[in-house]
Write a protein that binds this ligand. Sequence first.
Ligand SMILES: O=C(O)CCC(=O)C(=O)O
Length: 262
Amino acid sequence: MRASLLQIGVDPSESVNSRRARVASLVREQTGSDLVVLPELWPVGAFASDLFATEAEPLTGPTHDAMAAAARDAGVWLHAGSVIERSDDGALYNTALVFSPDGRLAATYRKIHRFGFDQGEAVLLGAGDRPVTVGLPGTTAGLATCYDLRFPELFRQLTAAGAELLVVPAGWPARRRAHWSLLARARAVENQCYVLACGTAGTYAGVQQAGHSVVVDPWGEVLAEAGPDEEVLTVDVDPATVTRTRADFPVLRDRVLGLDRP
Ligand SMILES: O=C(O)CCC(=O)C(=O)O
């Protein structure tokens, strides 16, 4: 399976509409990949919380429409990163969208762990309440978003639900880049999964982004890593490697589930 991570540059001088059109073109250029991954909240910027309410969209809003068409035109599975979703009752969520190659919305995931402590996303957005996996050809992907990466129990649940690929769109700040790289490898090693972690580039809302999107194999080896700027990272991943790693070194067999609950 060929995966392409599009590390999108988010620059406040580019309008949301222009960025949406530009990203749709970039997705269309990925014909030949099986899976394309975009970062967290790339339309608006993960730290641009003053824009969340004005740029919020229904699940089937403009980003949905643009990405569904792009996935269909490219013939790829598309993890379209996330959008600020305005739900029917008016509440806002950081919601990831996954499209199948026929442009169908195959899965949605509302970010469970909201970042910001007493500010930004943590106070403006609602929290998701269920882990989500999605079936891809020959494998299963588990979905998580940015700050979720710090919470191993979510990834354990995704693994228990059959995930072999953990897909993590993010808008991770440069200041904590070391944590990003370390945690991506840790989640891969402890779950014996591929981790596809796709961040943003650029600086907006005063926050420099880490970039450095990364693909890690189930042994914890970094297969590919981006630099700090906008970049497309293409890498081949093989679900058989997950099966082989788990058979050769069967630590998952020794899990004691439920220990994260007091
Ligand atoms: O955990 C971190 O250091 C960054 C998390 C974050 O930026 C986010 O979830 O938007």
